[in-house]
Design a binder for this molecule. Structure first.
Ligand SMILES: Cc1cc2nc3c(=O)[nH]c(=O)nc-3n(C[C@H](O)[C@H](O)[C@H](O)COP(=O)(O)OP(=O)(O)OC[C@H]3O[C@@H](n4cnc5c(N)ncnc54)[C@H](O)[C@@H]3O)c2cc1C
Ligand SMILES: NC(=O)c1ccc[n+]([C@@H]2O[C@H](COP(=O)([O-])OP(=O)(O)OC[C@H]3O[C@@H](n4cnc5c(N)ncnc54)[C@H](OP(=O)(O)O)[C@@H]3O)[C@@H](O)[C@H]2O)c1
Ligand code: HEM
Length: 478
């Protein structure tokens, strides 16, 4: 059963043939959701449509202009059949095998989970009807998308199959329906296509988990320090701080850590290359995976930094801030006191704001450069300049912003509530390490070696060399 059977005859449509699309008949098995939506689009594109149904006289609503027949008669009236039936019901097709011989069968089916069956649905269909040309296609679209026409997110139709002519016939239909077609090769790629709709942001999974973990950790850490400590130590209810103050600490802290995690793998990779003396050895899997999710890490970091900026903008209109300002002014008036302008404080606040603004500006630039429409217009060198060089500058500005914000607070024992350091101090560890390591890599002697290695130079082990020459001598003797 499993052996591949080559059909004897091939009768395929060709748009270039004399028949016009208006005259072409296409068959759909199944009058369910996908069958109906696909049928509607096919009719709109000028195809003649026949449905094959178990109940031709009592099936559900079908698009006006289509005919419904028994599977057998419908199969005979077209040479391309869309099988819009769930895989579990494919058995009925076996009895139709003689009528489907030489026809193109389009398998649109999906499964509920990965590896539900030992073979892909399309391969199973090919095994059931060996005389037909099975093409896997349209399974990544939803019935909804088909009904509403292709939108940006759903413009792609992936297909695969063993017969180039059959794939061509399906590709022509997909193109007429307004989709872009991507050929993924032979029918053995069907399982990969069937897994596509089951994927949910796979490359975002690790960065999202990391973000949720860090956010939860810093939220509870700062809750304990800023709210619970005040309640336990002074009986003060600071719980209102959760909404703005705490959020405006957690988001920038996590953002800065994620930003530094975009650049840490590059530094680790560079040291690994220096240690190994070659760029031709594969990085460990964990480093590869980390490098591959840097874009997602960066974009989440940018989103969190944007939240920090928005929260910062509302600080002056907060009730708590306005109350504190008014109370301070009134008490100064009452006590007939004036405060002296502190130039150092002026420098400090302006400097950390300025660093924050510069850092955020570059952050936005990195985000814009990562848009496919922009990155496609950049050369590799330009993209790498923005992402790598300006990226490090972004990290530097944001780190410096946080250092200036902290200023001399680390000197005061009151900053270490319950002997714990403030959140911003904790978040400075990773970026500081990354910047320090990068600085080491920029030292002329290190940079020279790294550049040579990246240009293809390899360090040879003197012991290896002597072994090689001994081996060569042995070989000569033999
Ligand atoms: C908002 C935002 C958006 C981002 N968008 C993207 C994005 O769209 N795409 C993306 O990839 N990242 C993106 N990032 C992540 C980050 O900016 C990039 O990955 C950046 O290129 C990392 O720079 P790097 O110098 O650490 O790493 P790389 O420039 O990748 O260098 C890292 C390592 O790669 C190897 N390497 C580099 N050049 C060579 C060479 N010529 N020969 C051999 N080996 C070499 C070396 O081992 C080197 O140490 C984004 C970050 C942010 C904050
Ligand atoms: N819905 C989507 O958005 C979508 C997207 C991509 C892929 N798909 C795939 O498309 C296929 C159809 O999905 P659907 O959503 O249209 O399902 P559906 O609404 O349940 O329709 C399936 C149709 O199959 C026919 N059928 C049911 N039991 C049968 C049996 N025992 N023997 C023969 N025919 C039978 C019925 O048509 P008749 O009563 O006319 O015989 C039924 O209307 C599935 O393989 C699904 O994985 C669906
Ligand atoms: C328009 C740009 C920015 C402005 C105006 C700004 C302003 C501020 C202000 C006012 C604070 C103090 C908040 C408080 O008192 O609770 C602060 C803290 C902080 N900012 Fe920014 N910032 C900017 C951009 C950034 C960026 C891009 C980052 C990088 C991720 C960042 C990281 C931090 C960090 C880590 C803190 C310390 C949080 C804490 O523990 O209190 N900032 N910033």
């Amino acid at each position: 059963m499993s052996e591949e059977v080559k059909p004897e005859s091939v009768s395929l449509y060709s748009v270039s043939a004399a028949a016009t699309p208006e005259q072409e008949a296409v068959c759909i098995f199944g009058t369910g959701d996908l069958g109906r939506s696909l049928g509607q689009r096919l009719l709109q594109s000028g195809y003649r449509l026949v449905y094959g149904s178990r109940r031709p006289h009592s099936c559900g609503p079908i698009p006006p202009g289509a005919q419904v027949m028994s599977h057998e008669i419908a199969a005979r009236s077209a040479s391309l059949v869309f099988v819009c039936v769930h895989r579990e019901h494919y058995d009925f097709l076996e009895t139709l095998a003689p009528h489907l011989k030489g026809k193109v069968l389009v398998d649109v089916s999906n499964n509920l989970k990965k590896n539900m069956y030992p073979e892909a649905n399309a391969e199973f269909l090919q095994r059931l009807i060996p005389g037909a040309h099975v093409v896997k296609a349209f399974n990544t679209l939803s019935a909804w998308a088909l009904q509403n026409g292709p939108s940006d997110a759903n413009r792609q139709v992936y297909l695969c199959g063993n017969s180039p002519e059959a794939k061509q016939a399906v590709a022509e239909i997909a193109t007429k329906l307004g989709f872009n077609v991507q050929d993924r090769g032979s029918l053995s790629a069907a399982r990969e296509l069937e897994d596509f709709p089951l994927q949910l942001f796979p490359e975002w999974r690790l960065p999202m988990r990391l973000t949720i973990g860090l956010t939860a950790f810093f939220f509870f850490y700062l809750l304990a320090r800023d709210v619970i400590f005040a309640y336990v130590d002074q009986g003060k209810d600071n719980s209102f701080r959760i909404m703005v103050s705490l959020a405006n600490k957690v988001f920038p802290i996590v953002s800065l850590i994620l930003l530094s995690l975009c650049y840490l793998p590059g530094v680790i990779a560079a040291f690994l290359q220096l240690y190994r003396g070659t760029k031709y050895k594969r990085f460990p899997d964990w480093l590869d995976r980390w490098m591959l999710c840097r874009k997602q890490l960066g974009l989440i970091a940018l989103a969190l930094a944007s939240l920090h900026v928005l929260y910062t903008l509302i600080i002056p209109i907060r009730y708590y801030v306005r109350f504190r300002l008014a109370a301070n002014t009134i008490s100064q008036i009452k006590e007939n006191k004036t405060s002296v302008f502190d130039t150092t404080m002026g420098w400090r606040t302006d400097s950390y704001y300025s660093m924050g603004v510069l850092g955020f500006g570059l952050y936005l630039l990195l985000g814009i450069a990562s848009l496919p429409s922009v990155s496609n217009a950049l050369s590799w060198r330009e993209f790498s300049f923005i992402q790598s060089k300006l990226g490090y500058l972004t990290l530097f500005f944001c780190t410096f912003h946080t250092y200036l914000y902290g200023w001399d607070k680390f000197l005061f024992i009151s900053s270490f509530k319950w002997y714990t350091p403030p959140g911003y101090m904790l978040c400075l560890v990773v970026p500081s390490v990354v910047l320090l390591l990068k600085l080491l890599l920029l030292l002329p002697c290190v940079d020279k070696s790294l550049t040579r290695i990246r240009q293809g130079w390899e360090r040879t082990d003197p012991e290896d060399d002597s072994k090689k020459s001994l081996l060569a001598k042995d070989c000569q003797k033999l």
